[in-house]
Design a protein. Structure first.
Length: 195
């Protein structure tokens, strides 16, 4: 295990908080004003990460924080505390590592053009975001989706397609297919790096 002196890990924690505050600060300010941003706040609503959680720095496994007080999720060892990695966390980290390696090994497919967003409202009267109406209206949005091929490879996007949009997709991705289909040109695959 590697040991970080108190001054080292405190500096890293402060740097992390400062970098993340560039994102969480404006989000908190909008929330205080009762406003939302359809793109920037999506990270907080879709993934449900609280700003305080994102601002909390962690050293990663195997790093001892010298002089640190006891903290949830850590265990005391000689010289300080270390992240207490549970078996469930190990399995998740292993899956993510394998998924990222598989994703990086494929060429990006850059021709989906974000059609997954259109497929989520295709032939639907349901309004997904009442404060942000469809620029083309329902009929215009449907016409665009019908005019282009739909090539979504990402299960977490595909599962939100309307029933009428699903057969229009070139693939029918399922959770079990994720390692086989994930590719680096996918917006959702990139968003999952945040998660």
């Amino acid at each position: 295990m590697r040991v970080l002196a108190e001054s080292q890990w405190q500096a890293r924690a402060a740097d992390h908080r400062e970098r993340v505050a560039a994102i969480t600060g404006p989000h908190r300010e909008r929330a205080r004003r009762g406003e939302s941003h359809p793109v920037l706040d999506f990270l907080f609503t879709y993934y449900s990460h609280r700003p305080a959680r994102l601002e909390r720095w962690h050293p990663g496994p195997g790093i001892v924080l010298a002089g640190a007080p006891d903290a949830p999720g850590y265990r005391r060892v000689d010289g300080g505390i270390v992240l207490d990695v549970q078996e469930r966390t190990r399995r998740t980290a292993s899956f993510v590592r394998d998924l990222l390696a598989a994703t990086a090994s494929r060429p990006p497919q850059l021709n989906c053009f974000g059609m997954h967003e259109w497929a989520m409202v295709y032939r639907s009267a349901e309004v997904r975001h009442a404060t942000w109406p469809l620029r083309l209206g329902s009929d215009g949005t449907d016409a665009v989706l019908e005019s282009l091929p739909v090539r979504c490879t990402h299960h977490d996007a595909f599962r939100f397609f309307t029933a009428d949009a699903r057969p229009r997709n070139a693939l029918q991705p399922a959770r079990a297919d994720q390692r086989a289909l994930e590719q680096p040109g996918c917006l959702h695959a990139t968003m999952d790096l945040y998660k």
